[in-house]
Design a protein around this ligand. Structure first.
Ligand code: AMP
Ligand code: ZN
Length: 114
């Protein structure tokens, strides 16, 4: 997906600093953080939305969560707590159409979400 912003970040084509990377997953700080810790964890593979996941992606989704928990530990919020979420399409608030897991921490989260 040559025009996809997050594909470009995953390919290292932009200046974005990666805070985590492995063969299938990369993570970077959100440009417009909503909490003291706000990291986006994404697959290198282009998947537009949660609706586009296929059974073969099940392991990849697990890897996104394992990367997020690794980062939460590294940032010292594993015990205090954090939130992970994926927005899907308009009502979910999705604005970038490359799957991404938000990792938010460092403050108390509200519920229900806005
Ligand atoms: P969503 O609204 O769930 O699609 O989340 C997209 C997120 O991507 C938002 O929190 C944006 O602040 C973030 N974002 C957009 N462009 C960039 C970028 N170039 N680098 C880092 N984060 C970005
Ligand atoms: Zn993409």
């Amino acid at each position: 997906m040559p025009e996809c912003l997050f594909c470009k970040i995953a390919a290292g084509e932009l200046d974005t600093e990666l805070v985590y990377e492995d063969e299938e997953v990369v993570a970077f700080n959100d440009l417009n953080p909503q909490a003291p810790i706000h990291v986006l964890v994404i697959p290198r593979k282009h998947i537009a939305t949660l609706n586009d996941l296929e059974p073969a992606d099940a392991g990849l989704v697990g890897r996104l969560y394992l990367a997020a928990t690794t980062l939460a530990r590294k940032k010292g919020v594993d015990d205090s707590g954090y939130r992970t979420l994926m927005n899907c399409n308009a009502d979910g608030g999705q604005t970038v159409f490359h799957l991404h897991l938000h990792l938010l921490g460092g403050r108390r989260m509200g519920w229900p979400p806005g």
